[in-house]
Design a protein around this ligand. Structure first.
Ligand code: NAP
Length: 327
């Protein structure tokens, strides 16, 4: 991957895609192909075909998706499966047709079974039933992994799926209905602080454990994967018929916290002094989702951003983007 390689970041304004774009620019990659959803709807097959035919990117980061937390997954299951299947089918197939050299598809840790042994290894894929609350999303992601794997086998492509754990960082979605856990907590505590509330009620029991990864750490890992020499990259995507391994690699910190611990840390960073109450009538989701990232670590990557530092930066980002003047 040379500095002028044409590189397409699909979903470059999202949490993951914006971090990948920052990481690429930071490393001097100047020939980036970027399209917002209003410029290019990736669920429109003809439009995706036209983009690849005209622009001919050599490297593709597929970070566009319909993403969201438990509530969004519960409210829009049909969209979660339909839109995600459409986006990834169009991009992966057109990447092959136009001769893309490498593609990195972003998966998510919900691909692993609900009661998966911890930490979850790549080999745990398809070894048990999934968590019901994000079934459609997880099944779309698993189909994307299978597509990468099948294209690698049939067409000798180099398509890899990276599986980061729960992300947070600049550019997160702070919407309470569609956002992820850390961003939603930031917003809830901030609004409680400025509104003078005595308590905040959060969904679930607070007992599930989650591993949090800063989006900039994830992005460094993704770019490092795309920069691997062919021989090392091929070991990740190779499909040895004797010991079939999906082209899959986990990206995680290797430590997790209960949702209650995470809420306490966000409350501290935001400076909300009231109490936290837990609404245990609401779903908890998967009990634990800790990734085994030893394959990624063996490639020399390690996360650099500590949780409290990352949360402080995320809160500043929230203030800057959504509440200027309310610091
Ligand atoms: N956030 C996490 O905790 C997390 C954890 C693990 C894996 N991931 C994975 O990372 C990927 C991105 O997630 P994210 O959290 O960054 O999501 P996000 O912040 O919601 O961003 C999604 C991006 O996808 C684009 N997009 C959505 N539908 C599109 C369409 N029909 N056509 C074109 N672009 C479309 C959006 O474009 P516009 O901005 O133009 O609307 C946006 O840039 C997903 O595959 C997700 O599974 C995320």
């Amino acid at each position: 991957m040379s500095r002028d390689t044409k590189t397409y970041v699909a979903g470059h304004r999202g949490l993951a895609g914006s971090a990948i774009t920052r990481a690429l620019k930071g490393r001097g990659y100047g020939n980036l192909l970027l399209r917002t959803r209003s410029e290019l709807d990736l669920s429109d097959r003809a439009a995706v075909r036209a983009l690849f035919a005209k622009e001919r990117p050599e490297y593709v980061f597929l970070a566009a998706a319909k993403a969201g937390g438990i509530l969004a997954n519960k409210t829009y299951p049909a969209e979660f499966i339909h839109v995600n299947l459409a986006i990834q089918t169009n991009v992966i197939d057109e990447a092959w047709r136009s001769g893309v050299k490498r593609l990195l598809f972003l998966g998510a840790s919900c691909i692993y079974p609900r009661d998966c042994p911890q930490p979850m290894r790549e080999s745990h894929l398809l070894t048990g039933p999934l968590e019901f609350t994000n079934h459609p999303y997880a099944i779309a992601k698993i189909a994307g992994i299978e597509m990468c794997w099948s294209y690698n086998r049939q067409y000798a492509t180099r398509f890899l799926t990276a599986v980061p754990n729960n992300l947070y960082g600049p550019g997160d979605n702070y919407d309470l209905e569609s956002g992820h856990v850390a961003a939603a907590f930031i917003r809830r505590f901030h609004e409680a602080k400025v509104g003078g509330a005595k308590s905040v009620t959060l969904w679930g029991t607070g007992k599930p454990r989650r591993e949090m990864l800063h989006s900039d750490d994830m992005a460094e890992a993704c770019v490092a994967l795309m920069e691997l020499p062919d021989a090392k990259f091929d070991k990740l995507v190779a499909s040895d018929p004797a010991s079939p391994q999906p082209p899959l690699i986990n990206i995680g910190r290797g430590e997790d916290y209960t949702i209650k611990e995470l809420a306490d840390r966000v409350r501290e960073v935001v400076g909300f002094r009231g109490e936290i109450q837990w609404d245990s009538t609401k779903p908890d989701g998967t009990p634990r989702k800790l990734l085994d990232a030893s394959r990624m670590s063996a490639l020399g990557w390690s996360p650099r951003i500590a949780l409290d530092d990352g949360l402080r930066g995320a809160y500043q980002d929230f203030l800057t983007r959504l509440h200027p003047g309310k610091r």
